[in-house]
Write a protein that binds this ligand. Structure first.
Ligand code: SAH
Length: 233
């Protein structure tokens, strides 16, 4: 007879469903309508959000909430961004099929999946080993192609794979991460929320080797962009 395990002794196991039913699809269609009403106009972004099963990226405890326009908890004290924020950042990024996109903060892998659905070749970095492993495994199970996963410190970017057409930071940076600017192609775009407690959404275009144009797009709240990486599972 198995010994009863106490709650605190249980290993952290994720329970999730990989099934995408008509009911999920219906909830997703309503989410897309809500994003349209909130002002998201890029049809390619809306189609990608309509295609990716967000509930699969969450613990099944949150399945009913997966298509509400809210941020939700994932492992390691992090969050999957609110769908509106994902749509807004993706729209600002102006991704074209074939673009090489660097994402900082893999988290659940959902944003990376949205970028891949738009035809991007995605390079995504996560500082928490457990999140990196979970996201990589899930994307494999869902059969989504075109995403390369890295465990490490996003402040360093991926010099070996640079330059990138697009860079998307999905954690709140206290200041513009300089190393990442260097990894942007001339003509490329970086979208990054900058600020300590509340972040201002910035879009930075690299006009030539040392000229960058900065635009701002309102206030958001993200989990912090923390230097270094975590090995713990
Ligand atoms: N894009 C994610 C959102 C995750 S929240 C999704 O779609 O689910 C932001 C993520 O950034 C967190 O998982 C956090 O651990 C990660 N992060 C914070 N600082 C980082 C760093 N220096 N390098 C890499 N990832 C980082």
């Amino acid at each position: 007879m198995p010994l009863p395990t106490k709650q605190h002794e249980k290993p952290h196991t994720l329970s999730r469903t990989l099934k995408d039913t008509y009911r999920h699809k219906g909830m997703r269609r309503r989410l897309v309508q809500a994003l349209r009403r909130r002002g998201i106009t890029d049809e390619r972004v809306l189609a990608a959000i309509g295609a990716i099963p967000r509930h699969c990226f969450l613990d099944s405890a949150f399945e009913e909430k997966a298509y509400e326009d809210i941020a939700l908890p994932i492992a390691c004290g992090q969050t999957i961004s609110q769908p509106y924020t994902v749509a807004f950042q993706t729209q600002l990024l102006e991704v074209q099929p074939g673009h090489k996109v660097l994402e900082i903060g893999t988290g659940s892998g959902y944003q990376a999946a949205v970028l891949a659905a738009m035809g991007a070749e995605v390079y995504t970095i996560e500082r928490h080993k457990a999140l990196y492993r979970q996201a990589k495994k899930l994307i494999g199970q869902l059969g989504i192609k075109g995403i390369h996963f890295f465990h490490g410190d996003g402040y360093k970017g991926l010099p070996a794979h640079a330059p990138f057409d697009r860079i998307l930071v999905t954690a709140g940076a206290p200041e513009i991460p300089r190393a990442l600017l260097k990894q942007l192609k001339v003509g490329g775009i970086m979208v990054v929320p900058v600020g300590k407690t509340v972040q201002e959404m910035l879009r930075i275009k690299r006009l030539d080797d040392d000229t960058f144009k900065k635009e701002t797009f309102g206030r958001f709240r993200f989990v912090p962009f923390v230097p270094g990486s975590e090995e713990a599972e």
